[in-house]
Design a protein around this ligand. Structure first.
Ligand SMILES: Nc1ncnc2c1ncn2[C@@H]1O[C@H](COP(=O)(O)OP(=O)(O)OP(=O)(O)O)[C@@H](O)[C@H]1O
Ligand SMILES: [Mg+2]
Length: 253
């Protein structure tokens, strides 16, 4: 459990008159796996959209490793070390597993070396080496040459994680990586995230409380745009205001 790697101060996002993320001040500690839980519509994905620079906050601040991220161009955020997976799988279906990951790794190498087009082949080689390592780490080496579209749902979600990892992030944001998975796939994904979480700081949006209890060092509970409670999985489970949210606040799969 380290220092805060990411900190939000009064982070707020309004869509028209509706406040989807409401005055959120939250710390993610370096080295932790932090789970973000809460009913449907609580603002979890919108929070990730803000942290990853996909959308701009209406007000408030985001500080990542000491740097202000709010107001930066979205394309600059990955270079600062934040990568994310999406609630819906976001891979190129016609490309192979390997090509998807290599592309992500290549983007990183290219980003790090602006104007280094003369060393294109070395960059490609470095990207291929990185891609192979990432496939190995995510258990996808056996399907490296298969088209992403032909993979099982579970493997497509793992590929999504692999693509995010290929950017070599300091912080990985995972939006419901176990959604729609069989119990076996969920177990594999939990193991994968635990493994990744040993090396990278992770924030994971997750509805399955068994997965949360297995993985999370800390849990933040969102409700109607606000962070209602933060604590260990046990603390949060015993929190009466949290129990009330889940009894009254909406369906949780
Ligand atoms: N671009 C948008 N324009 C208008 N409203 C939006 C937009 N994006 C999200 N919202 C609204 O903001 C609220 C929070 O949505 P969000 O997707 O962040 O919830 P969530 O906690 O991720 O829910 P789920 O568990 O269903 O994924 C919802 O009421 C949603 O309809
Ligand atoms: Mg969501």
């Amino acid at each position: 459990m380290g220092e805060a790697i990411l900190e939000t101060v009064g982070l707020t996002k309004q869509f028209g008159g509706f406040t989807a993320v409401d005055d959120v001040s939250l710390e993610l500690r370096g080295g932790d796996v932090t789970a973000i839980i809460g009913p449907n519509g609580a603002g979890k994905t919108t929070l990730f959209d803000l942290l990853s620079g996909r959308i701009d906050p209406t007000s408030g601040e985001i500080r990542f490793e000491g740097t202000r991220l709010d107001g930066l161009d979205p394309s600059a955020v990955p270079r600062h070390g934040i990568a994310r997976s999406f609630q819906l799988t976001n891979v190129f279906p016609g490309l192979s597993t390997f090509e998807n990951v290599r592309l992500a790794a290549q983007r990183r190498h290219t980003d790090l070396r602006p104007g280094a087009f003369l060393s294109h082949y070395r960059t490609l080689e470095a990207a291929e080496t990185d891609a192979r390592a990432v496939l190995d780490r995510t258990g996808l080496s056996a399907v490296a040459s298969e088209a992403a579209a032909s993979l099982s749902h579970g493997r497509q979600r793992h590929l999504d994680i692999a693509v995010a990892l290929a950017a070599d992030p300091d912080l990985l944001l995972l939006d419901e990586p176990t959604a729609g998975m069989s119990p076996e796939e969920t177990k594999e994904t939990t193991d994968l995230v635990a493994d990744v979480g040993d090396e990278v700081t992770v924030a994971i949006i997750e509805h399955d409380m068994d997965v949360v209890a297995d993985l999370a060092d800390r849990v933040a509970v969102m409700h109607r745009g606000r962070v209602q409670a933060v604590g260990t999985p046990d603390e949060v489970r015993d929190d009466e205001s949290v129990q009330e949210i889940y009894l009254t606040g909406g369906a949780v799969a």
